[in-house]
Design a protein around this ligand. Sequence first.
Ligand code: ADP
Ligand code: MG
Ligand code: ZN
Length: 475
Amino acid sequence: MASYEAVIGLEVHAQLKTASKLFCSCPVGFGAQPNEHICEVCAGFPGALPRLNEKAVELAVRAGIALNCTVNGYSLFSRKNYFYPDLPDGFQTSQFEPPICEHGHLEVTVNGETTRVGITRIHLENDAGKCVHGQGVTLVDLNRAGTPLIEIVSEPDIRSAEEAAEYMRQVHAILVAIGTTDGNMEEGGLRCDANVSLREKGAEAFGTRTETKNLNSFRNVQRAIEYEIERQKSCLEDGEPILQETRLFDAVKQVTQAMRSKEDAHDYRYFPNPDLPPVIVPEKIIAAWRADMPELPAPRIARFIKQYGLNDDEARTLVAEKGAADYFESAVAKGGQPRRVAALMQSDFLRECAVAGIAPAEAAMAPDKLAELAALVDSGAISGRMAHEIFPELFSGGASPEALARERGLAQVSDAGELDRLVDEALTENPDEVAGYKSGKTKLLAFFVGQVMRKSKGKANPALVNNLLIKKLAE
Ligand code: ADP
Ligand code: MG
Ligand code: ZN
């Protein structure tokens, strides 16, 4: 039996973070009453004229820069003609040739192996409205019609479902890091169509592909492609032809199902939209946007490893969510030991966020509280287990970590006489370190704190110990 290789190309749609729609000033948003945010342009009235949203152009160009594309200073909007009730224009306004960005790439690492995935093009287009089916009628809601999107089309360079999911994760992290999209996948802010075909190992020519539409989570991307690879494999093994078709993924049944036979590009009769002039972006402006790119995820991961001594896994987990990485850096800036902060974030903080369904920035627990907790664990004042126990209460914005730990029966030694004695002991027992500290090695303070904490069996109040040591060492 022949062995097969999967060939995969992804089309990712990202909703741009603009206040208004692509061709009119109606607001973009979620949760309004049906047809609350529409105008003549959204509703496709004859004679209504589109006007391009400049911010959308900027966000598309920034995405192109971050994805290593050539930015075209000249691009065109075309009409992509098809009929659907939620598309009152009778065409989607998209870009055909030339698109705003093309010839990019992204490096994707899975199990230590890095593949470069080509990015064919990025183009701007408007979203359609929505059909709402039920109770014997179908209603049309045009609030979403005209929402600005970019479509990022990859080359068929991906070879496994896992690689596809990782590509999607990276695109998500990059677009969120540069502020192009807020990346809310549940609300459809980032979704993906997966093109999958098989060919015999070693063959040059591609096989016939299917396209599975609207995958809205990393997990569904992976599952849908895994299913499709297996399905096509059994077709080929049974001598059945693969049909070029559009399929849908049923996330409950975990299968893809045929939706319609797939059109070719020429079926859409693309032609330049006569209502919109060419999009001209001067080189000077592109250069300015290029110059103020924020830090991208890959270099940020490398920096976290180098600057904070995190391991690869810790760095990746934090950077995968920009808000988590920002929170981490704030906690470290407030004095938290980086690896301890990272560990507490992974074991408790991010889990609490997930349970509460909130982003790190929305947590009631401020980064300095996490830094304080990290310091308490580091100094031995409280155990990791105690930290874990008091975490939910801290997370909901409760008292200070120290107060909470004490309340939970952590007998801390704050008695001045007792602490005085322990500190003196630690200093007399370590004359070399005392001399070292006095000659400028002030980092030795942590060593002394550790000694005192050990002597107190972790019960000394670390803040008091700290102050006492600084005072005595200055004498
Ligand atoms: P369309 O817009 O009609 O879906 P495109 O030519 O733009 O068609 O291709 C869409 C995607 O399909 C691209 O990501 C491309 O890499 C991928 N693709 C093209 N041919 C194949 C194939 N034989 N197998 C898998 N993916 C493919
Ligand atoms: Mg397609
Ligand atoms: Zn409108």
